[in-house]
Design a protein around this ligand. Structure first.
Ligand code: FES
Length: 146
């Protein structure tokens, strides 16, 4: 089996694709049931994969999911100030969505992008070498383009 076919058919890839199609970027029960059937898995088996994989969510989030790395390299490069800027600009805390359903903020373990610290992901978009001013400008652009 070639690599492309393997990943195209993997359970996690299908769950991520289904999640990305949802406007609230999560996996509702009907989506889980559908994917379980497609892969010949039981629903509890699929739930166990979802609960193990942090990028998958059972909780409704928002159009844009902001994932912030708070591990040591990002911490050393000033992620706390970036987080404060995000929270102040959007008026939300970790685990919350903006009332307009545009942004959801969540903490992440290392994103594997340490050379770009401090770094965040907004859905699949990488934003690195951030400052409080830079992150506010980025969020403003997402708002304007929505
Ligand atoms: S420590 Fe932040 S991306 Fe690795």
């Amino acid at each position: 089996m070639n690599k492309e076919k393997f990943f195209k058919n993997s359970l996690i890839e299908d769950l991520l694709e289904e999640q990305n199609k949802n406007p609230k970027k999560y996996l509702p029960p009907q989506a889980i049931k559908k994917i379980a059937k497609q892969h010949g898995k039981s629903i509890p088996e699929v739930y166990s994969v979802i609960s193990f994989y942090p990028r998958l969510s059972l909780k409704p989030r928002a159009k844009y999911v902001i994932r912030v790395c708070k591990n040591l390299p990002c911490h050393m490069e000033g992620v706390d100030e970036v987080v404060e800027a995000i929270k102040e600009y959007l008026n939300i805390d970790f685990g919350e969505a903006t009332p307009d359903g545009l942004f959801y903020l969540e903490e992440s373990s290392c994103l594997g992008l340490c050379s770009l610290a401090p770094v965040i992901l907004i859905n699949d978009d990488i934003h690195g070498k951030l400052t409080p001013e830079k992150v506010k400008g980025i969020l403003k652009k997402y708002k304007e383009n929505s």
